[in-house]
Ligand binder design. Sequence first.
Ligand code: HEM
Length: 502
Amino acid sequence: MVELTSWISVAVAVIAVLVAYVKWKQSYWWRRGVVQTQPRLLLGDLWDPLMRRRTAGDVIHSICRKHPKEPFIGIYKLITPTLVVKDPELISEVLTKNFSSFANNETLWPEGADKVLSDNPFGATFDRWKELRLRLSQAFSPSRVKIAFGDLATSADCLADFIAASKPGVTHDGELLCKRFTAHASARVLFGIESRSLEVGAEPGVFYEMGHSIFNGTFIENLRFISILFFPALLKVIGYNIVSDSTFDFFRKLIRDSVDYRHKEGVTRDDFVQHAAKTIMVDGKIAEDKLTKSTGQAINSYVETFETSGLTLGSVLLQLATNPREQDRLRTELREKLKRGQPLDHDTVMTLPFLDQVLTETMRLFPVADTIRRVCTKPTTLRSADGPSVDLDVGTPVYIPVEAVQKDPAYFSHPDEFWPDHFGPEEVESRPKNAYLGFGDGPRQCPGMKYGSLQVKVALVTLIQRFEVSPGDKQVLPLQRDPTAPFLNYKGGMWLKFRPLP
Ligand code: HEM
């Protein structure tokens, strides 16, 4: 009996010490004079996003609303102190002006950790990032994007024909439909291949399946991906291979066959395969190690053009479906500015003002990345103009609360509504530049911004001229973000109906 009592006393003492330690860790910001949350013991502030009950953007938005006047707020990922920076001037400091002190994203895929993600600039540390970023920026340079226009316009026509051939009044799964389009467009633009993704009456096809499987795995795979985003250290413990061997082998064979064919037939075309051919052909033969590297890069490009652009297109269509007045305004702009029967061209599509407002407003209300997660890479001080300052140590995660800033009534007249006039000239001039971060900002700003926007805009111009779009019967309204999706998606999915216009 005495022994049991002493064991209980020891256990109580150990628990008391652990609780005291956790409390001390979770008072880090308070001890530095920074306004902080009241985190849950041990679980901190981001437990719900990790459990996929709420999105990180939503949780951080609630925290920011409680502290409207603070330029930054201390929060805790479990017990790790993390700084949320919400003052646009300081956001500019983190993303652009003092980039060298915040050069890395929080989630790093060290070289070799994953045969695909390790070659994506997103997860690379500074030196490798520079090299990978340059390569990707060249592949998606403004001139390459212009060349891609013809392929994108053809794919958009195929999408419209695919919808026109469906049963009248049928409800489409918007995510599937838009990703069928981006699979079709990416196969043409990146590999010069005519895929079957938009073939009427056929399954979405292998290109779609390959792209979709990457970020839409089983519950456990998605949980693993989200866990690593929040707790990158887990990568070392649980490992991660974003694509299965069969997906990797599919793309590897595709590149091998295409390069082989072009080499033998003397075919040239300014696309990814041509670019790959230059690096993997050594003395007239394919070098296997270089082919593996090229395959990783090809998959990265494919994923980015397929996933993010597909979801963004679905998201804009859903906003237009639920806001018929704005849909009519867009159609009026298209009728006024585009000459009937004349083929589209790159410059016209990219300079339609209301189309741009509609895309930007959708990405304000439902950003693909609701939080940008950098990490402090050099000891530095963040100083707000007439408020507090904070010294940051290397390794401290620094979060930019994209959703909270983009829904701040101080910068947007109708923060929770779809209101494209937020991006009309008057409102744009009256707010700081960094109050909108749909593609991020600074040296790590999205390198596919031009390509992604063009891809979405070409499809919108084509569809809105030919169809009236409305929400499908299954659509969950009001629209809410789905916390279980690795990127952007809506609770219950995206459901769309199209009525052909005369
Ligand atoms: C409409 C479609 C797209 C959206 C909404 C989008 C959005 C974003 C956002 C918000 C970021 C974070 C930027 C930051 O941290 O400051 C990002 C980064 C990135 N995006 Fe995109 N993106 C899109 C399309 C693309 C495409 C087509 C590519 C292909 C080139 C691409 C490649 C990347 C890469 C590699 C990064 C990481 C950049 C770095 O860390 O240096 N994205 N994107």
